[in-house]
Write a protein that binds this ligand. Structure first.
Ligand code: NCD
Length: 309
């Protein structure tokens, strides 16, 4: 991957994606081989929004590569509280670390940050925009469970505010996947995302009901309704709990069906799906570590002092 930053899934070619996934598979098979690859390197974790998986798996990934992290902590405890701009914050942090992982409530925040610093920036979620490192682990999980060729993928839930959806859909155009988007009318894909997908030649259809497409799907990617992004709580209440699956749903799907979810879930996947063979979402979360190890290794360079930078 010849990139200095990971800001959006649209920047990734099929070759870029396959290189990271192949590397992640090597790392997963023999993590000991890369245990010192990033020795002495520091990764800054700048999370302006809540996170469990993304933050902890980046933390784990750099440590498993022999590096370490410096953590901005919560917004409440940082100088952001005093009115510091994002540009100033990242310019300061650049002096402490070799790379920055940034999650921020504003769309475009990671791109903006990358314009002010020379160290690599990873977009770990920018509002309702993009979440490209999640996409890499999603694709890794899809490849392990269903393969990436000739895929029919359902993407269900909050397609409007769900940044994981926007990134995943863009990346899937590289594999010519058939995509079925399932959501209430009010949470359809934003026009801008639709436009980009059409430009990329995507094969997509939109539905308000899962049942009609369910038997065709290899993978169903379920998402949480992004309550925190609704301008109006009443609007959230109108759609909350509408798009759920449970073990009975699986009976109407193919035998080799795979259920994914970026997590956290609220109630969109019933717990009776968890013990089934189709449930891949905990495995998906665990894949975050080898995939982010592979990604960091690409972005930070090897133990030669930073190849390509
Ligand atoms: C997602 C996110 O933050 O966009 N979580 C994650 O990183 N796995 C999904 C979500 O919050 O619903």
């Amino acid at each position: 991957m010849r990139h200095d930053n990971l800001l959006s899934a649209g920047q990734l070619s099929r070759e870029d994606i396959e290189a990271v996934l192949d590397r992640a598979a090597e790392v997963a098979a023999d993590p000991g081989r890369v245990a010192e690859r990033q020795a002495g390197r520091l990764l800054a974790l700048c999370f302006f929004e809540p996170s469990t998986r993304t933050k902890m798996s980046f933390d784990t990934a750099i440590k498993r590569l022999g590096g370490d992290t410096v953590d901005m902590g919560t917004v409440e405890s940082s100088s952001v509280k005093k009115g510091e701009s994002l540009a100033d914050t990242v310019r300061v942090i650049e002096g402490y670390a070799d790379g920055i992982v940034l999650r921020h409530p504003s769309e475009g925040a990671a791109k903006l940050a990358s314009e002010f610093v020379d160290v690599p920036v990873v977009n770990a979620g920018d509002g309702a925009g993009q979440h490209p490192s999640q996409t890499l682990l999603d694709l890794y999980t899809m490849r392990e469970n269903a393969g990436l060729d000739d895929l029919t993928v359902g993407i269900m839930g909050d397609l409007k505010y769900g940044r994981t959806v926007h990134s995943l859909a863009e990346a899937l155009t590289n594999f010519d996947a058939r995509m079925h988007f399932v959501s209430p009318e009010s949470l359809k894909l934003p026009r801008g995302v639709q436009f980009d997908l059409h430009e990329a030649g995507a094969r997509l259809r939109e539905h308000t009901d899962l049942e009609a497409v369910l038997p065709d799907l290899d993978v169903l990617y379920v998402t949480r309704i992004q309550r925190e992004r609704f301008p109006d709580e009443n609007e959230y209440q109108q759609v909350a709990g509408e798009y759920r699956i449970d073990a009975d749903t699986l009976d109407r799907a193919r035998d080799d069906f795979t259920v994914m979810h970026p997590l956290p879930r609220v109630d969109e996947i019933a717990p009776d799906v968890d013990p089934t063979e189709q449930a891949a979402y905990f495995e998906q979360a665990h894949n975050g570590v080898p995939v982010r190890m592979a990604l960091l290794d690409e972005l930070l360079g090897g133990d030669d002092g930073g190849a390509g930078r």
